[in-house]
Design a binder for this molecule. Structure first.
Ligand SMILES: Cc1cc2nc3c(=O)[nH]c(=O)nc-3n(C[C@H](O)[C@H](O)[C@H](O)COP(=O)(O)OP(=O)(O)OC[C@H]3O[C@@H](n4cnc5c(N)ncnc54)[C@H](O)[C@@H]3O)c2cc1C
Length: 609
């Protein structure tokens, strides 16, 4: 893959030139990958029905993981030559959405951990030929699953503060340290683990980090519960569960295992070290991992909407003489859910295509992660739970049972407000680069060390760029051509707003200078405004391509919502009517996005008079 030179999103803000790339045409998925996904769903439904999918404490069974391995789900993205299916990012993400929509969000998300965060991503992108041949086949067949062991008690948001060390000892590295919150890292008798472990290598300098591929089997590990002193003579890979219930005290992703780890003189062959900067590799792997959060949300939101409509709880539940789905309030919730689903689909397609075209910048992945994780928490809590009423809290209800799962995405893979700041900082990079020579020249001039001509040149370069920015505001024709007039109108709004936002960003840079990094609220607000403008174009472009009435209506609702957030305007009756029309399409079964979404029985059904 050829890396692109600058991010499309940077171009959108600073020159407007990337806008048409926000609405990519997506190639049809490969039939082989579609078959893997369809077979995985069939197998999962069969295991759920025959009671073999989950154990007594609700964890996914090894039998289920083994079966998913056999269907090819865990190898879907691994190159064919190593036993996988060579799916691209888009195909993997579409699979995650479909499996989550079918009611298996954890099984879908596990592949994000395994493939993107874990060893396959590091091996495929940075491994040497021997490492690929050595480790990938077992990861493709599901004989081994993978995890990323990065977070530590002292290093979460600031991962660079981690303290685990790797010290060279002949043909091995000796690893010492501990990790926290690690999903999928506990091997069982049936399935081994291949961990991507991030550690410092102090002998190579204070900022040297590396990824080590660590293979573990159940027989190799020691289990020592948190709070218990690790005996001095214990060596190797130690699992440190934090809870008493076998669930390790973690509310989120409750169907999977998540635990602490400790390493005491763990010996890892030196050939298992991945070449290059391990911290950078970890951050890069977070990019597809962030799209996976969104892809999973796109699926789980389908499951939530399907709980309500069509022909579901919203129709069954009557209150004051009418099914609740006939009320304006519930219609507005149904419409908002449909809108969030279409927005998530649009972002999944755009972001995957960015990665598939070689963009490892990750800006688009940040938008995806923030949108997806906030959409699913709104969908679950404000829309789904509120509509389910008290039944939503019953054991076994898919919303009540998974509340922590629906919220946790806002924290893992980068907490959202921290990501908003990172997004803006990266977006500003081209402007910062342009300003650098001018500010250096000004400093030199103030010290009497510079000829006037040089500063005139750097000032002219900067002002020329600024003038181009200003001219952009007068551009009359849209660079994104859509068929649907209403969606085109939304795009026009965003296109007119982006140059203004670029000025707001420049003004903040000028006002706060080097201290802008400390003005976190300013960064967060600006970042979200830019993201909202971009999401409008991405969603409108996606829906327009489908030509589908309900999809277009859903995109229209999301664009209206985002525009109101950007302008501070209040919703009006025209908006209410648009929601009602969209909800009626959904309740009439015309929202094709719900195809394949799990149908959940009514909880505590009662005899209707
Ligand atoms: C369900 C789940 C699964 C996970 N799975 C894995 C895994 O498989 N592998 C792995 O390595 N890790 C995993 N993690 C860890 C996850 O990546 C971290 O929780 C995340 O990076 C945040 O780190 P932290 O929890 O230590 O938060 P902290 O670093 O303690 O931060 C707490 C909060 O403080 C605020 N904050 C932090 N720094 C700043 C700052 N500079 N300015 C302002 N505010 C700040 C933010 O709001 C932040 O959320 C998982 C976490 C969860 C919840």
């Amino acid at each position: 893959m050829k890396p692109v030179k600058s991010s499309v999103l940077q171009q959108c803000l600073w020159s407007g030139s990337g806008l048409s790339e926000l609405c990519p045409t997506i190639a049809a998925a490969n039939p082989d990958t579609e078959a893997v996904i369809a077979n995985s769903i069939t197998a999962l439904i069969a295991m759920k029905n025959d009671g073999t999918a989950y154990d007594q404490i609700g964890k996914i069974t090894d039998h289920s993981l083994k079966t998913l391995g056999a269907t090819g789900w865990f190898g879907i993205s691994i190159p064919r030559e190593f036993g996988g299916c060579s799916a691209n990012t888009h195909e993997l993400m579409l699979g995650i959405t479909k499996i989550a929509a079918a009611g298996f969000a954890t099984e879908a998300g596990l592949n994000g951990i395994h493939t993107d965060l874990g060893a396959p991503d590091k091996l495929i992108h940075h491994g040497n030929q021997w490492q690929k041949a050595q480790f990938l086949p077992a990861l493709a067949s599901g004989e081994r699953l993978s995890a990323l062991a990065a977070t530590e008690p002292c290093a979460g948001t600031n991962l660079a503060a981690l303290e685990t060390t790797a010290q060279r000892d002949g043909e091995h590295y000796i690893i010492n340290g501990s990790k926290l919150f690690i999903g999928n890292a506990w091997p069982s008798e049936l399935i081994g683990r291949t961990i991507a472990l991030l550690a410092r290598v102090p002998e190579e300098g204070p900022d040297s980090y590396a990824i080590f591929i660590v293979e573990v089997l159940a027989k190799d590990i020691k289990v020592i519960p948190a709070g218990t002193e690790i005996p001095a003579d214990t060596e190797g890979y130690i699992v440190v569960p934090h809870g008493k219930d076998g669930g390790h005290g973690f509310h989120a992703i409750r169907q999977a295992r998540n635990t602490g780890l400790a390493f005491r003189n763990l010996r890892v062959p030196a050939v298992n070290r991945i070449e290059g900067n391990g911290l950078k590799h970890t951050y890069e792997g977070l990019n597809p991992g962030r799209i996976a959060v969104l892809a999973n949300a796109a699926g789980a939101m389908r499951m939530i909407l399907r709980l309500i409509a069509p022909n579901a709880w919203g129709k069954y539940r009557e209150s004051f003489g009418k099914p609740i789905e006939e009320r304006e309030l519930i219609k507005t919730r149904i419409a908002r859910l449909a809108a969030l689903i279409v927005g998530a689909d649009a972002l999944r397609n755009f972001c995957s295509s960015q990665l598939d075209s070689g963009d490892r910048f990750g800006l688009s992945c940040i938008i995806a992660k923030i949108f997806g994780s906030e959409a699913i928490s709104e969908a679950a809590i404000d829309l789904g739970l509120m509509t389910a009423g008290g039944r939503g809290f019953l054991h076994g209800h898919p919303i009540g049972d998974n509340l922590a799962d629906f919220l946790a995405g806002r924290i893992y893979d980068g907490q959202n407000d921290m990501l908003r700041q990172k997004f803006l900082a990266e977006l500003m990079a081209p402007h910062v680069e342009l300003l650098k020579p001018l500010s250096q020249d000004m400093k030199a001039l103030s010290k009497g060390r510079l000829a006037g001509l040089r500063i005139v040149k750097s000032a002219a370069a900067y002002l020329g760029w600024k003038a181009k920015q200003t001219l952009r505001s007068f551009k009359l024709r849209s660079s994104v051509k859509l068929n649907h007039a209403g969606l085109q109108e939304h795009v026009k709004f965003a296109e007119a707003l982006l140059p203004k936002l670029s000025k707001e960003v420049s003004a903040a840079m000028m006002k706060h200078g080097a201290k802008l990094g400390d003005r976190q609220n300013v960064l967060i607000r600006l970042s979200q405004r830019v993201q909202d403008a971009l999401i409008i174009v991405i969603t409108a472009g996606h829906a327009d391509k489908t030509g589908d009435e309900a999809t277009i209506a859903a995109a229209d609702i999301l664009c209206r919502d985002l525009r109101r957030r950007l302008t501070g305007a209040a919703a009006d009756e025209c908006y209410d009517r648009a929601c009602v029309r969209l909800a009626e399409l959904v309740t009439a079964g015309k929202f094709s996005e719900l195809e394949g979404a799990a149908e959940t029985p009514i909880f505590r059904a009662y005899e209707k008079k």
